[in-house]
Design a protein around this ligand. Structure first.
Ligand SMILES: Nc1nc2c(ncn2[C@@H]2O[C@H](COP(=O)(O)OP(=O)(O)OP(=O)(O)O)[C@@H](O)[C@H]2O)c(=O)[nH]1
Ligand SMILES: [Mg+2]
Length: 325
């Protein structure tokens, strides 16, 4: 057993020992994996946990297997964004308005019971949104924090016709209880401090019911220094701004490839984390290419079009590259 396991890991392991159902056991094992420090000394243990998860997953009956499927939504597109918030704030309406998915939208709370993905188009890329069951005062579906941990970013959706600050505070507290922090990573020696930090955007929804915008202004002044905040009416006002803000939150760049003498396909970019290098782009084209590539030519952020750059060159959104092995 590696010596330097964290208190978070030890807590998750304790939950695992107390878990009753197979699904709960799987969730605890996944939590152990997600909070385990990543280094050589834990490789063996990680593999061990993965084997256990696979074995337990195979042993599930049909109903539990369906629930298990709901807790693992395969990533698709340029980023995965989980939409969370208290009941009835309009999470499903956002997915309905931004994607082709058609989740049930209803005037009563606790409408959504499963996680439902949909793809949102932004310019020439697709971003995956996941409509989630509510997470407010009550304990969430037990698998919900797992999806949140795995997502690339979060939308925190609150209702501007109610007290949006109280809703946001409650939600952030719930997240922190699961060791999920939002915004910039904060280092802490507290035993139960967050270990997973997520990019997040606060969405004040139902702006049409926020008379004079007073609730939105209060929300913005309370959280605006920490996180991006936007005002939305998911039934028709501010949707384009929301698309843009989701793209910006993901902090990704789009890079296009071309062959010598050819033209780039501007409709089909590679997406990479902001700050990625030419080598990262080559690896994403093909794993072996990272090593094989000798140099590349670049159009866009280079001073001269077609200039030669090395593998550690940092790429910008919109760059066109021609890779040479
Ligand atoms: N006026 C107004 N109503 C909205 C807006 N967005 C959603 N609603 C309404 O709010 C109610 C709840 O919407 P849902 O999308 O089902 O909310 P939810 O957050 O998914 O609810 P749960 O799944 O129960 O957590 C529905 O009656 C919607 O029509 C909005 O921007 N303005
Ligand atoms: Mg819903």
């Amino acid at each position: 057993m590696p010596a330097n396991l964290t208190p978070e890991y030890i807590a998750a392991e304790k939950n695992f020992r107390m878990a009753k159902t197979t699904l709960e056991k799987i969730a605890c094992l996944e939590e152990m994996l997600s909070v385990m420090p990543k280094h050589k000394g834990t490789d063996h243990l990680r593999a061990d946990l993965r084997t256990k998860i696979a074995k337990l997953t195979q042993s599930l009956d049909k109903k539990s297997a369906t629930q298990r499927a709901s807790m693992m939504i395969e990533k698709s597109g340029a980023g995965q964004v989980a939409i969370i918030g208290p009941p009835n704030t309009g999470k499903s309406q956002i997915v309905d308005s931004l994607t082709k998915a058609t989740p049930t939208v209803a005037a009563y709370p606790f409408t959504t019971q499963a996680a439902t993905p949909g793809m949102m188009a932004f310019e020439n890329i697709q971003i995956q949104l996941i409509d989630m069951p509510p997470w407010g005062e009550q304990a969430p579906e037990w698998w919900l924090p797992n999806i949140v941990r795995r997502a690339d970013a979060l939308l925190l959706v609150v209702d501007l016709s109610q007290d949006p600050i109280a809703q946001t505070e409650a939600l952030v507290t719930r997240l922190n209880e699961k060791r999920i922090g939002i915004g910039k990573r904060v280092e802490s020696t507290e035993e139960d401090a967050p270990v997973n930090f997520k990019k997040a955007l606060i969405v004040g929804n139902k702006s049409d019911l926020d008379e004079g915008g007073a609730n939105y202004r209060a929300l913005e002044s309370r959280y605006g220094g920490q996180l991006p905040v936007i005002s939305l009416s998911a039934i028709g006002q501010g949707l384009d701004e929301l698309r843009l803000k989701i793209f910006q939150m993901l902090d990704i760049i789009r890079v296009y490839t071309k062959t010598p003498g050819g033209k780039p396909d501007m409709t089909d970019p590679i997406t990479l984390d902001n700050g990625s290098t030419l080598e990262d782009a080559a690896i994403s084209v093909h794993k072996d290419f990272g090593k094989k590539m000798k140099y590349a030519r670049i159009w866009g952020s280079g001073k001269f079009d077609g200039v030669m750059v090395k593998r550690d060159h940092v790429l910008q959104d919109g760059d066109i590259i021609e890779l040479h092995a």
